[in-house]
Design a protein around this ligand. Structure first.
Ligand code: AHR
Length: 520
C-alpha cells in the first residue's frame, strides 16, 4: 500500500519505521518525537564479553603478577584498564561462552601454585592454568568500575557448584564454608555480583539440550541460587535463542516461572557464511553488503523475540539480553585458528553503529547487550601484541555512543534512501537519539552506503536547541584499520557537517561514516 503523508510531521507508528519505498517525495528525513519519550537506555546495552579464549584473558587483560615488561597491577594490564575506563564499560560477562560450561570455579581460587590445570577443549585444547579466576576477575571489575556478569556452568556443573559460587562471591561476612574460603583467599567482604547467566548456548556447546529440557534444568539451578543480600537482588539470565529460533523464546517464556528469571539471552553474529566467513580486512563490496544485511537483521530478531515476550509479559518486566553479538570473520592468517583473532575495520564500525542504534531504539525490552569479545577475539575493541596495544574503530564507536548510557531514548522515524548493491537494497541511514540528565540531546547517525554522501534533514520536534556540535568516525577505505605500526589511523574527528536552523538540523554524512551530534 502506498501512503503519502500530507501533514508536516508524520504520525509515529513505530519507533523506527523506514518507509523509503512508501513516501515518494521525502528523502533522508528524520523526525524526532521527544513528547513520546518514556524509556531509559539501560547503560548495560554498552556491555562487553570476555572469555577464556585465545588472548582475551591471557595476554589481553592478564599478563601475570611477575611481569615487569608490561605495566600491571596484580597482573592486570594498566594500559587496557585505562582505555576501557574511557568507554565506561558498564558490565562485563565472563568466563564464557562455550568455556563457561566446562569451567569449575573452585579450580580458579586459592594459591596459584595449588590451582589445577585443565585443557580448554573448546578453544584449541590449550592449557588453562587457572591463574586468572574469580578473585582476579571480580577485583578487575572493581578496577574498571564495571559490573560483573558471571556465566554459570550448567552444562557440566552441578546446582551445588553454582550455589556455592553465589555464596562465595555474595554472601555477607559470617562463618560458612564458602565465606571462610573467600576470607582465606584474601577477600573478606563480598563483591557486588548481580548478574548471573544460567548456562550458555544450552542448545549447543552448553549441553545440546532441547528447550523443553533446558527449561526444567534452569528451574532446578535457579532454585538453589539464594539472594544472600536482599537489597542487592540477583538478576538471573536464561541461556537464550540463537538468531531466529523463536520457539526457544516461546518455550522459555511459557515454562520459566516469573519469579525465577529476569532476562532471556539472545545470540546473533554478523557472519557472511559459516563455511566461508571471509577475511576481516581484505573483503569485497559484496562481502560488506552481506555483512551489513546480517547486522541489520538484528532489528527483525529483536522485534520478533520481543513480540513473543510481549504475549507473556506485556508490562515488559523481563528483559532481552543480547549477550553475544558482533562480526565474525576468518582468523588473521598465521594465527591459531581456535583463537578467533581478527582485525577490525570501518566495516566493524558500521556494524557497531547500526546495532547500537537498534538496541537504543528497542530499549523498552533490550536491557543488556555484550559485544563479542572485548580484547583480541572477534569484534574486539582492543588488540594487544605483547607490550603493544591499540584501540579499534569499534572502540571509537562505543566511546562516541556512551553518551546514550542511562539517557532518555527519544523515539524517531527515519525516511531515507537505500544503499543499493547489484539490485539489492538496504536502508542507508541508521539513527537513534536520547536526552541525558542535563537535558543535552545526542543523535547518533550511520551512513552505511559505501559510495554516496547522504544529506539528512532532521526535524527536532519541540526540542529547542541553540547549538550543535559533533564527532565523526570516517576513513578513506572501508577496509582501513588501525595497526600496531599506525595505531591512530582511525580515530574520531570533530564534525562540522551539521547546521541548525529553528528546529531543523541539516546534516551531510560521508559514505561509511558514524556521527554523533550533541545539541544544547
Ligand atoms: O564468542 C565465541 C563463541 O561464540 C562463544 O564461546 C559461544 O557462546 C558462541 O558460539
Amino acid at each position: 500500500m502506498i501512503k503519502i503523508f500530507t501533514m508536516k510531521r508524520p504520525i509515529l507508528f513505530f519507533l523506527t519505521l523506514s518507509f523509503s519505498n512508501v513516501i515518494l517525495f521525502a528523502q533522508n528525513k528524520i523526525f524526532l518525537y521527544p513528547e513520546k519519550a518514556k524509556d531509559i537506555i539501560n547503560k548495560n546495552i554498552y556491555g562487553h564479553f570476555a572469555e577464556h579464549l585465545g588472548h582475551c584473558i591471557y595476554g589481553g587483560f592478564y599478563v601475570g603478577e611477575g611481569n615487569n615488561k608490561i605495566p600491571n597491577k596484580d597482573g592486570i594490564r594498566l594500559d587496557v584498564i585505562e582505555a576501557l575506563k574511557k568507554l565506561k564499560v558498564p558490565v562485563l560477562r565472563w568466563p564464557g561462552g562455550c568455556f563457561a560450561d566446562t569451567y569449575h570455579w573452585k579450580d580458579g581460587v586459592g594459591p596459584k601454585a595449588d590451582r589445577p590445570s585443565m585443557l580448554n577443549v573448546w578453544w584449541g585444547n590449550v592449557k588453562e592454568d587457572n591463574s586468572f579466576g574469580t578473585n582476579e576477575f571480580l577485583n578487575m571489575c572493581e578496577m574498571l568500575g564495571a559490573e560483573p556478569y558471571l556465566s554459570g556452568n550448567v552444562g557440566s556443573g552441578t546446582p551445588q557448584e553454582l550455589a556455592d559460587w553465589v555464596k562465595y562471591t555474595t554472601h555477607p561476612n559470617g562463618s560458612s564454608p564458602m565465606t571462610d574460603l573467600r576470607e582465606k583467599n584474601g577477600r573478606t567482604d563480598p563483591w557486588h555480583v548481580k548478574y548471573w547467566g544460567l548456562g550458555n548456548e544450552a542448545w549447543g556447546c552448553g549441553g545440546n539440550m532441547k528447550v523443553e529440557y533446558y527449561a526444567n534444568v534452569y528451574r532446578q539451578y535457579a532454585t538453589f541460587m539464594t539472594n544472600w543480600n536482599n537489597s542487592d537482588k540477583l538478576y538471573r539470565i536464561a541461556s537464550g535463542a540463537s538468531d531466529d529460533d523463536y520457539h526457544w523464546t516461546e518455550v522459555l517464556m511459557k515454562e520459566l516461572p516469573q519469579n525465577m528469571f529476569d532476562a532471556l539471552g539472545l545470540h546473533h553474529y554478523s557472519v557472511i557464511n559459516w563455511g566461508k566467513k571471509g577475511s576481516s580486512t581484505d573483503f569485497s563490496e559484496e562481502e560488506y553488503f552481506t555483512t551489513m544485511q546480517r547486522a541489520l537483521f538484528m532489528e527483525e530478531l529483536v522485534s520478533k523475540h520481543s513480540a513473543i515476550m510481549d504475549k507473556y509479559d506485556p508490562q515488559k518486566r523481563k528483559a532481552l539480553a543480547v549477550d553475544e553479538w558482533g562480526g565474525w570473520y576468518d582468523v588473521v592468517q598465521g594465527t591459531n585458528g581456535a583463537f578467533l583473532f581478527q582485525q577490525n575495520t570501518m566495516r566493524d564500525a558500521m556494524i557497531a553503529g547500526c546495532t547500537l542504534n537498534i538496541f537504543n531504539n528497542h530499549c523498552d525490552r533490550v536491557k543488556m547487550a555484550n559485544l563479542a569479545q572485548i580484547i583480541n577475539v572477534l569484534q574486539a575493541v582492543i588488540l594487544t601484541k605483547e607490550e603493544k596495544m591499540l584501540v579499534t574503530p569499534t572502540y571509537h564507536v562505543m566511546e562516541m555512543y556512551n553518551v546514550h548510557q542511562d539517557a532518555l531514548m527519544l523515539p524517531l522515524m527515519v525516511s531515507g534512501n537505500d544503499y543499493t548493491f547489484e539490485g539489492k537494497k538496504l536502508e542507508a541511514i541508521s539513527a537513534s537519539a536520547s536526552k541525558d540528565k542535563n537535558g543535552v540531546v545526542h543523535i547518533s547517525l550511520v551512513n552505511i552506503d559505501a559510495h554516496n554522501d547522504q544529506s539528512i534533514t532532521i526535524d527536532l520536534g519541540d526540542i529547542n536547541a541553540k547549538s550543535v556540535t559533533g564527532r565523526i568516525l570516517h576513513s578513506d577505505r572501508l577496509q582501513d584499520h588501525n595497526t600496531f605500526e599506525n595505531a591512530e589511523k582511525i580515530r574520531p574527528a570533530s564534525f562540522n557537517g551539521a547546521g541548525l536552523k529553528n528546529n531543523t538540523l541539516s546534516v551531510k554524512l560521508p559514505p561509511f561514516s558514524v556521527v554523533v551530534l550533541e545539541l544544547k
